[in-house]
Design a protein around this ligand. Structure first.
Ligand code: SF4
Length: 344
């Protein structure tokens, strides 16, 4: 049975070539052809016949299929992608200054069950393989090349789609290595951000194993009871321990940390909540993204008013913590943070 070419980091591919007595230059050439040059046909140019035959026999180049898509008025596009076993995940293309960011999923569903999240309601169906994560980007890139050829540059990647990326550590790590590879997509490390709800086992591995990409930590509340309700894994992995691990990750292993704070009316948007948040982050060179809650059908929270959001931010400003209110794009097509659900 063939294995997806997009499953392998460059060192893995080099090992496979070595084990099969194939020319050592082959893996870099393949990477260059399929990732850097974005070629979809077989690599035959300056590529040994014996390697061509091996690739044809052993590797597949299938990508997730676009099952359906929705376009927002702000040019955001939400894709429902179908995987080879029929499962579906959502991937979102977000316009930003004439370029795009892409929001990738790391799992079908999610085990973390955050109470504000549409995906959390779905539960975990399975982890995504590396090739299914890389495949989301390649499938969307092909769509862009065909549909918006003059405006097709994907400049940043965020793992903020369906799933807790650090719960699927190995596949996410390998996908990042493919995105970063100089022979491959050659993205800069500060263009990739992995968002976590605070999954401690994955954060503990980060120090030793993750390439030096950015972390976004979903804080959402400092108060234990409130955070337990929003992010139930807080009961097992308390926020104090999570912050301690994040703070202990050496600088070169985390370009910077963004703290996400989802603001829900009457729940975590009081003056006191802002003071607690400011106190917890003071002196940490922290940057907070304040995300007004994005409603979805059946949601138990509400979005605060503009005045309530401004008041929360002003209170946080007083503690000297830098923040930005992020009005997420694509909420008219349920493509914003926390709104994704591949069964919808
Ligand atoms: S917010 Fe993220 S971690 Fe929480 S349930 Fe949703 S997808 Fe999972």
């Amino acid at each position: 049975m063939k294995t997806s070419f997009y499953q392998f980091t460059l060192p893995m591919l080099q090992e496979i070539f070595l084990a099969n007595d194939l020319p050592a230059t082959g893996p870099a050439k393949l990477y260059n052809w399929h990732y850097k040059k974005r070629r979809t046909e077989k690599c035959e140019k300056d590529f040994a016949k014996v390697s061509q035959d091996f690739v044809a026999e052993n590797f597949s180049f299938e990508l997730p299929e676009i099952d359906s898509l929705q376009k927002s008025t702000d040019r955001t596009v939400k894709f429902l992608l179908k995987l080879s076993d029929g499962k579906k995940v959502e991937t979102v293309l977000i316009p930003s200054n004439k370029r795009y960011g892409i929001c990738l999923s790391s799992q079908v569903g999610c085990a973390m069950k955050c109470s504000f999240c549409h995906t959390g309601l779905q539960g975990l169906e399975r982890h995504l393989e590396t090739h299914e994560i890389v495949g989301q980007l390649l499938a969307v890139q092909r769509w862009l090349n065909a549909e918006r050829p003059d405006d097709n540059d994907i400049a940043t990647i965020v793992f903020m789609g369906q799933g807790e990326p650090l719960h699927n550590f190995d596949s996410v790590k390998n996908a990042c290595e493919i995105f970063l590879s100089q022979n491959g997509l050659s993205l800069a490390a500060d263009k990739i951000t992995i968002s976590t709800a605070g999954y401690l086992p994955g954060l503990k591995r980060w120090k030793a194993e993750m390439p030096d990409v950015n972390i976004a930590l979903s804080l959402h509340a400092i108060d234990k009871l409130k955070r337990d309700k929003l992010i139930p894994i807080n009961q097992k992995f308390p926020v104090e321990e999570v912050l301690e691990i994040v703070n202990s990750i050496p600088k070169q292993k985390k370009r910077f940390v963004v703290y996400e704070y989802l603001l829900a009316r009457g729940f975590n948007d009081s003056k006191e909540d802002a003071e607690k948040l400011g106190k917890a982050l003071q002196g940490k060179r922290a940057f907070v993204n304040i995300i007004p809650f994005n409603p979805f059908p059946g949601a138990e929270y509400e979005r605060p008013s503009k005045e309530e959001i401004d008041a929360f931010k002003e209170q946080l400003d007083q503690s000297g913590v830098t923040s930005l209110v992020r009005f997420t794009k694509g909420d008219d097509i349920l493509a914003a943070c926390g709104q994704l659900n591949s069964r919808s």
